[in-house]
Design a protein around this ligand. Sequence first.
Ligand SMILES: [Zn+2]
Length: 110
Amino acid sequence: MSRFICDVCGEEIFVHEGILTWTRDNETLSNFTLSHKNSPENRCQPEANNRFKDLYTLTMITGYLDFIKYLIERWENGFTLKDADSLERVLQQLNMHMNEKVIMLTEEED
Ligand SMILES: [Zn+2]
């Protein structure tokens, strides 16, 4: 399985210790960051970010689709995306994970 890498410290994140955070203000979504959850060992969560989703939820198809739906709904409501690179980096990691998950499911059926 591909590994999740923390945008902040660069170390591996295990699914249960990861969190996606971002900033939502009146008009924009920005600073999407996949990181370790704050814990005694890690202080990786960007403090300014005011929205979050557990990585565990995002690795399930339903949670992943809910997140995509959230983005589409915000854009429908006129929100804009600031620093699109941050979202792109997060989606790349998630997409790779989803892709492997689908391949594994397909192979099990053979
Ligand atoms: Zn970290």
